[in-house]
Ligand binder design. Structure first.
Ligand code: RIB
Ligand code: CA
Length: 317
């Protein structure tokens, strides 16, 4: 476990999405490891009106209605929004029926919250955890370039190399939705750790793992099991896999137990020109170019250790 002395300060940027929801629960269930300064919603899996509402639903489910939740960008920097209701359902949190949130949305735009938080905390002490398209992060960098060098690290879910694409043959959804934003982030110079499909597709919600959530008997535990039951039908059909990949919780698990993951520090660039391969993360895994390494690109996970951590922390809520 990390937690050398004090919890890591993080902002979770998210497009809930059942897997985003599990990531938020993991973070809010791990106060000794991560201090959630705020949750910033972005359009992605479903439109912004739903992602900001879903983020609040999840914070209330975690018993943390005091969490600051902000609405961010409702569309990519320069493209039309592409959503993923075919995976996450119309609400973005299909599976169990959830009541509307009672907690209010925080005042102000998510981009301004990201800027103000980075300016008001000591440089190098705030980690950004994007779990959706990178629009909010890129717009914050464009609006306030002074914050870029103040970011401790960006740990994001996105991209793919050996696993190739899940929304097109070449691209993973988060990067594909806003490739221009991803290009800004990957060229920013901020230390980046990437959880691509190469690793998240090894974090599958097999039946014993889902039963472990359900057998917690707590509301969060049962919700996670029901979200998974809904969410996994898409991946099982498409990949014939045993369960669904729990993509986004890999980001938070890395902050708590980095030893669960293995990867390489390599160069990763984003395709923004070709319509055929738009949003592809061109990862120089074999070092065949002299392009400067700019990202720790994860390739492997201790899946049993990951689910053990996830179940233990969600049991606390
Ligand atoms: O491609 C998977 C990613 O896209 C996950 O973050 C999922 O929530 C969606 O945002
Ligand atoms: Ca997501």
């Amino acid at each position: 476990m990390t937690n050398p002395s004090s919890p890591r300060k993080i902002i979770i940027d998210t497009d809930p999405g059942q897997d985003d929801a599990v990531a938020i629960l993991l973070a809010l269930g791990s106060p000794e490891d991560v201090e959630v300064l705020g949750v910033t919603a972005v359009a992605g899996n479903v439109p912004l009106a739903l992602t900001q509402k879903n983020a609040r639903i999840v914070c209330e489910l975690a018993g943390k209605p005091e969490t600051k939740v902000f609405a961010g960008c409702e569309a990519p920097i320069s493209r039309k929004l592409v959503t993923a209701e075919h995976v996450h359902g119309k609400t973005g949190l299909d599976g169990p029926v959830m009541p509307d949130p009672e907690m209010e949305l925080s005042e102000g735009h998510a981009v301004d919250f990201i800027i103000e938080t980075l300016r008001s905390n000591d440089a190098g002490t705030v980690t950004l955890c994007p779990l959706g398209p990178l629009t909010n992060i890129a717009v914050a960098f464009q609006k306030a370039p002074d914050i870029i060098e103040r970011v401790q690290e960006i740990v994001l879910m996105g991209g793919a190399y050996f696993e190739v694409g899940n929304i097109t043959p070449a691209a993973e959804f988060n990067i594909y939705v806003d490739p221009e934003a991803a290009d800004i982030v990957f060229k920013s110079g901020v230390p980046i750790t990437v959880m691509p499909l190469d690793v998240t597709h090894k974090a599958l919600t097999t039946k014993p793992r889902v039963d472990a959530f359900r057998n917690l008997g707590t509301k969060p535990g049962v919700m996670v099991a029901e979200w998974t039951d809904f969410f996994e039908r898409f991946d099982k059909e498409k990949y014939g896999s045993q369960g669904a990949p729990l993509h986004d919780p890999c980001v938070i698990a890395y902050l708590i137990k980095p030893e669960l993951f293995k990867g390489r520090h390599i160069n990763v660039e984003i395709e923004t020109g070709s319509e055929l391969t738009l949003g592809m993360t061109v990862a120089d895994w074999w070092g065949v170019t002299d392009r400067k390494p700019n990202a720790m690109f994860m390739g492997d996970i201790d899946a049993d250790g990951f689910f053990e951590l996830l179940t233990e922390r969600i049991a606390r809520l």
